[in-house]
Design a protein around this ligand. Sequence first.
Ligand code: G4P
Ligand code: NA
Ligand code: NA
Length: 189
Amino acid sequence: MKLLEERIQKDGRVLNEDVLKVDSFLNHQIDPELMQAMGQEFARLFANEKIDKVLTVETSGIAPAVFAGLALHVPVVFARKNKSLTLPDNVWTADVYSFTKQTTNHIMIDKRFLTAGENVLIIDDFLANGQAVDGLLTIAQDADLHVVGAGIVIEKTFQKGRQLLDERGIHVESLARIKAFVNGQVEFL
Ligand code: G4P
Ligand code: NA
Ligand code: NA
């Protein structure tokens, strides 16, 4: 998506060899017009699928997921990250290990908001090692949902996530695909 690539070139900051800071339009301050355009692009990319619901994980997946839901006219459910040791009743859960942060988050979704047989589209802001999406796939499997695909805002093709999702047979569409960071510059695929 050209608009997004231009915005990454203009406002993204390469922090080190594998992290891109995009907090001026996606991860802290949010540009609603860009989000809306991205939501419409996700709807176009998955136009051939029947979609009942959009799934994401808090926090940074919520903005793009809501605009995808708006364009698709379907509800959006975000998994919460549970920090306490005790889990509430009646939730689907999965463990999500972050290679970047070297911590495990337990994500959870209230069973009331997922119905067996529903067709869901997963949306997330970054695809790095794929652990967040994989956690949602675990929940989808446990809840008997059909995953039509995963829409990603920014994919880093040099990390393991894409291969993991390909191996799981997931239809992945990324709005920007980054091949490498070279001398502080972003190189797209
Ligand atoms: P994974 O889900 O693909 O395995 O990602 P990983 O564990 O490597 O990343 C942990 C967190 O860092 C995730 O956010 C992920 O979205 C984010 N992240 C990964 N690569 C980048 C990057 O290059 N730039 C930025 N800005 N973020 C990146 P999170 O912990 O779930 O945070 P949030 O959604 O609550 O903000
Ligand atoms: Na995320
Ligand atoms: Na994030």
